[in-house]
Write a protein that binds this ligand. Structure first.
Ligand code: MN
Length: 212
């Protein structure tokens, strides 16, 4: 089962810039279950705003790198996570519906049985979890590659999970438990030490694996 590569072109970026993908159906194709007016507003205005915000903040980060000025890096990184996750999730959302729907079958149905006991149990858990998302957010059916399991997740604030769909290549833990015994409150010292330990070979291997 693929972990990161979509099985088809999602058309959510072009020449290195994020773009608003066209809908895979007409605006009125999901009527009456999902109405044309809502779909137009949702896609043309809301999703478009995520795309614009993502590109704008990436441009600001490019300027910060050029000038070596990182005073705004926290806000810019948060904005990239917020708009980037919004762009990824909405792109997936349009494809997550189709006129008339589709029933799970084949390998996908088998994976559902392995992870949830049955297709119906997956659907029941997905619907229950999605209805129970606190405030605004998403219900998500996801593939977890360590165990090869399907999981149903709730995303209350999509930016808290950084940009959905990315594959982590290298990570540095800055929870206090990771450095407090030796570095106490001096997180920057710990990060500088980590940078001397960083295994870019591992990152390179993972990049090569996901680009396949
Ligand atoms: Mn939305």
């Amino acid at each position: 089962m693929p972990t990161t590569q979509p099985a088809f072109e999602l058309a959510a970026c072009k020449d290195g810039t994020y773009v608003l993908p066209e809908l895979p159906y007409d605006y009125n194709a999901l009527e009456p279950l999902y109405d044309e007016a809502t779909l137009r507003l949702h896609h043309d205005k809301h999703h478009a705003a995520y795309v614009a915000g993502l590109n704008a903040n990436l441009t600001k980060l490019a300027a910060a790198r050029k000038d070596g000025k990182y005073e705004d890096v926290k806000a810019l990184s948060r904005n990239v996570a917020f708009h980037g996750s919004g762009h990824v999730l909405h792109t997936l959302f349009w494809h997550s519906m189709k006129p008339g729907g589709a029933k799970p079958d084949g390998e996908f149905a088998k994976a559902c049985v392995e992870s949830f006991g049955s297709v119906e149990a997956m659907q029941a858990q997905f619907a229950a979890a999605t209805k129970d998302v606190e405030a605004s957010g998403w219900g998500v059916l996801a593939y977890e590659p360590l165990a090869g399991k399907l999981l149903v997740l709730q995303a209350e604030r999509h930016q808290d999970l950084t940009v959905w769909g990315v594959t982590p290549l290298l990570v540095c833990d800055v929870w206090e438990h990771a450095y407090y015994l030796k570095y106490q409150n001096r997180r920057a010292e710990w990060v500088d030490a980590f940078m001397k330990l960083a295994n870019w070979d591992f990152a390179a291997q993972r990049l090569a694996a996901v680009r396949k």
